[in-house]
Design a protein around this ligand. Sequence first.
Ligand code: Q46
Ligand code: ZN
Ligand code: ZN
Length: 340
Amino acid sequence: MKCKVCSGPGVIDIRRHNANFCSEHFLRYCRQQVEKVIHEFRMASPGERLLVAVSGGKDSLALWDLLLELGYEADGLYVGLGIGDYSVESARQVKAFTDRFAAPRGGSLIEVDLRETYDIDVPTAAKVGKRVPCSACGLSKRHLFDKAAIDGGYDALVTGHNLDDEAAVLYGNVMRWQTAYLGRQRPHLPAENGFPRKIKPLVRLSEREMAAYCVLRGIDYQIDECPMAVGNKHLQYKAALNMAEEDTPGMKQAFYFGFLREAVDRFAPDAAAREGGQSNGEPGSDGSTNDAEGSLGLCQRCGSPTNNEVCSFCTLVERTSGHDPVPVELVRRPAKRRQR
Ligand code: Q46
Ligand code: ZN
Ligand code: ZN
């Protein structure tokens, strides 16, 4: 296996591009893909302040590293979800990355802990609210990401959704013809209705490539799956698409970028009719959605945009705070409804 660029020993093959790369040229390829997509979708300009939502996983840490490499002013935002040991380890990885890779290049970390600040955590919110954990989690993350970006005066909120993620969300939205979500499934959502600009600069890179990037850069990351993800739809969609990709390399990229080129605009009226909010079908990682909120007013508790008197997050906090913490293992996902 020889590097496509320098003919030196290759360390990774990328079948959809029919290319192998050595370490140096693979890292350069990753930077180029991010630069290309930022330019193509006019995501950000030099000098803007970016806030990267970091989970401790490979994608978000690689993204923060890539943006700093490319010269962007990028800070990190970590939300402590209170998901047992998983969250403890995730926080440790984020802090280690910040100290070693981000701080020396001017990146600082903002931390928000659900338990410390709001007296809730994801397992307890799920149990008390009788919600799917990913729904309570996604709702909380979206709210806190938006709030941190607005409060901190950042030009954009950046998330580490990669090609596999976006193709799986698209697959789920198509399977259920969620036309309003399809109309908003773009890698760049402009700031509107009190929400920050949201961008996804990793959509040209795959999950596997992000893992390789971290290994080659020496970035440690959380390798365990979230214990609350078991059985979620998003993982099932990913598995289905992986089988198709195995047979036809490039299928995922063609599916997702073909959608952006040929179809997303056709669904824009459906998205507009839904009015406000920025949900695009990916609240957590399970693809379920339930709280796209309009923009008719501001939450009486926190001042966030909402079409209710009190926003979904504040409602979640009001219901959940004061309850004893529920251990992760006591939260069971609801039984599947029988299908015909
Ligand atoms: S952290 Fe949260 Fe994910 Fe865990 S509970 Fe679901 S959404 S799976 S990205
Ligand atoms: Zn090379
Ligand atoms: Zn609120």
